[in-house]
Design a protein around this ligand. Structure first.
Ligand code: 5AD
Ligand code: SF4
Length: 468
C-alpha cells in the first residue's frame, strides 16, 4: 500500500477521536544519542503531526510516548531502560497509552529479545532503516490492538521523498537550525563500535535530493544546516555518478539564504586535501572540524581498525591548521580499549598536547557484544580506566580554557539561539566553532540572527560577552 494511505487512515482515526474527546491525541519523543537520532526524531514528530497528533508539553501528558534510542555505550542503554519505567508505570493507570521503541537499541538481537519478553507494555518496536514505515506500523497497531515488532533493514524505503519527509521540514525542534542526512550507515567496522551492525551498510543520498532538501529548509527559515553522516568523508563514492564530499559542500555553500553549514563526522583516514580546500574556500562553511582521534597510540589504533597512524593524524591536523586559519578541531577519545597500556595512554596525551583540541568528548571504553573488541582479552581494570579518564580530562580541559581565554577581547560572530534569556536578560548563541556564548544584546534578537559579540570572559565550556 502507498505509505501515504496509512497516513490518511491514521488521520481519519485521530480526527474521530478528537471529536469524541475534545482534543487531539498528544505525543512525546525521548531522543538519545547522536545528531542523526535528533534529526530522525524530527522526521518522526513530523509524521505524528501529519497523522493528527500534537506535541505534549510534558511526557506525563502524552497519549503516545516514543523512545528513539542509542546503543553506542552501555551506560546510554541503562539510562534508557531506566527511563522506560515511567511508561510502564503510566500504563498501569492509562492502558490506552501507546509506547513506541525504536532506533539502534532495537536492532541488537539480544536486546530485542529482552525488550520483547520483559517489557510487554511496549506496543511498537522498529529499527533504524525502516522508520519510514512507522505510520504503517502505528496504523496496524491501532486497528488490530496487536503488538507490532519489525526491525527489518529495508534500506530501499530510505527514498528521501515522502510526505513524512516533507512534514519534517516544518516539524523541527528549532526553527533556525537542523540537520540533513547525506548518508546512512557505516562500513568502517572500528573494532569497538556497534554502529555498522545496527545502522547497516553505507548508503549515500543523491546530491540533487540533498540540495533540494537544503533549499526547502532554507526557504522555510533555516539558517544553519548540519550535514550528517557517520563518516561524511566517504560520501558519494558508491553513487551511480560518484561525487566527493568536497564537491557536495561547495554545492550546498551555493544555496542562498543559508548563513552557516556544518558537517559531522569526519574520519581521519578519508580527509582529503580537496576537502581542506573546500573548507577554506566556502564562506558559509564553519571553520570547525570534528575529527575523532579515539587513541594516540599507533598500536591501539591498529587494534581498533582505525586505519591511520599517530603520525598521519598529526600531519592531517597540521595541514588543516596551516590551510584554514582559525580552524577549530574537536575530537572523540576512548580510554581503556582492551590491551591499552600506560605507554599507549601516554601517546594519547602526547597527541592531545600536540594538537591542542578546541573541544573533546571523552569516553570510557564500553564493551559491545557482537563487535570484534568484545572478544579481545586484556580488559583494562575499571580503576585504571577511571584514573586515565581523569588524567585525560586534566590534560584536555586546561588547553580548552587557555584557548578560550585567548579569545577575550576578540569580537566573534555569534548565531543567536532560542533559549530563554538567563538572569539579567543574557542571551545565548553559538560561535562559528560551536562554542557556547552568553551575551548581553543591544536590541531584541531573533533566533538564527548573526551578531558580533565582544568576548569579555572565558570559561572551559563557554564564553561571555557583549554585543559589539
Ligand atoms: N565504547 C566507548 N566509546 C565508544 N564510541 C563508540 N563506540 C564506543 C564504545 N564501544 C565513541 C567513539 C565515537 C563516539 C561517537 O562514541 O569515540 O567517535
Ligand atoms: Fe563507529 Fe568507526 Fe563507523 Fe564511527 S567510523 S560509526 S566509530 S565504525
Amino acid at each position: 500500500m502507498n505509505p501515504d494511505m496509512y497516513m490518511q487512515r491514521l488521520r481519519a482515526r485521530t480526527d474521530k477521536e478528537t471529536l469524541a474527546v475534545g482534543r487531539r491525541p498528544r505525543f512525546f519523543i525521548n531522543t538519545y544519542g547522536c545528531q542523526m537520532n535528533a534529526r530522525e526524531s524530527e522526521q518522526l514528530s513530523g509524521a505524528l503531526e501529519l497523522a493528527g497528533f500534537e506535541p505534549a508539553p510534558l511526557e506525563t501528558e502524552a497519549d503516545l510516548v516514543l523512545y528513539n534510542t542509542c546503543c553506542v555505550r552501555e551506560n546510554a542503554e541503562n539510562k534508557i531502560i531506566g527511563n522506560l519505567g515511567l511508561s510502564k508505570f503510566r500504563k498501569e493507570t492509562k492502558p490506552d497509552l501507546i509506547v513506541v521503541f525504536c532506533g539502534c537499541m532495537a536492532r541488537e538481537k539480544e536486546m530485542l529479545a529482552y525488550l520483547t519478553e520483559r517489557h510487554g507494555y511496549i506496543d511498537i518496536i522498529f529499527g533504524t532503516n525502516n522508520r519510514r514505515r512507522f505510520p504503517e506500523m502505528l496504523c496496524k497497531f491501532l486497528e488490530t490492538g496487536q503488538r507490532v515488532i519489525d526491525v527489518s533493514d529495508d534500506a530501499q524505503t530510505d527514498a528521501p521523498e515522502s510526505d513524512m519527509d516533507a512534514r519534517a521540514l516544518v516539524a523541527r525542534h528549532r526553527q533556525y537550525k537542523t540537520g540533513v542526512n547525506v548518508m546512512y550507515g557505516c562500513d568502517n567496522f572500528c573494532a569497538y563500535c556497534i554502529v555498522p551492525y545496527v545502522r547497516g551498510r553505507e548508503r549515500s543520498r543523491e546530491p540533487g535530493d540533498i540540495l533540494r532538501e537544503v533549499a526547502a529548509l532554507a526557504d522555510d527559515g533555516v539558517k544553519e544546516i548540519m550535514l550528517l553522516g557517520q563518516n561524511v568523508n566517504s560520501y558519494g563514492a558508491n553513487l551511480k555518478s560518484p561525487v566527493t564530499f568536497a564537491e557536495l559542500l561547495r554545492k550546498v555553500n551555493g544555496v542562498g539564504k543559508l548563513s552557516r553549514i556544518r558537517f559531522m563526522t569526519s574520519h581521519p583516514k578519508d580527509f582529503s586535501d580537496e576537502l581542506i580546500d573546500a573548507l577554506r574556500d566556502c564562506e558559509k562553511v564553519c571553520k570547525s572540524v570534528h575529527l575523532p582521534l579515539q587513541s594516540g597510540s599507533g598500536r591501539v589504533l591498529a587494534a581498533m581498525n582505525r586505519r591511520y597512524t599517530q603520525e598521519g593524524y598529526l600531519a592531517l591536523t597540521e595541514r588543516l591548521r596551516a590551510s584554514v586559519p582559525g580552524v577549530a578541531i574537536t575530537t572523540d577519545i576512548i580510554v581503556g580499549f582492551p590491551g591499552e597500556t600506560e605507554e599507549d595512554f601516554l601517546e594519547t596525551l602526547r597527541v592531545v598536547n600536540r594538537v591542542r583540541f578546541e573541544g573533546a568528548f571523552t569516553f570510557l571504553y564500553s564493551k559491545r557484544e557482537g563487535t570484534p573488541a568484545a572478544k579481545m582479552s586484556d580488559a583494562v581494570p575499571a580503576q585504571i580506566m577511571k584514573d586515565r579518564f581523569k588524567r585525560l580530562l586534566e590534560t584536555v580541559n586546561p588547553i580548552i580554557l587557555a584557548k578560550n581565554q585567548s579569545r577575550v577581547g576578540e569580537t566573534v560572530q555569534v548565531m543567536a539561539e532560542d533559549d530563554p534569556p538567563g538572569k539579567n536578560g543574557t542571551l545565548t548563541g553559538r560561535a562559528d566553532d560551536n562554542t557556547l556564548v552568553h551575551f548581553c544584546g543591544k536590541n531584541p534578537v531573533a533566533p538564527g540572527e548573526l551578531l558580533n559579540v565582544r568576548i569579555t570572559e572565558a570559561k572551559t565550556f563557554y564564553l561571555t560577552g557583549t554585543e559589539a
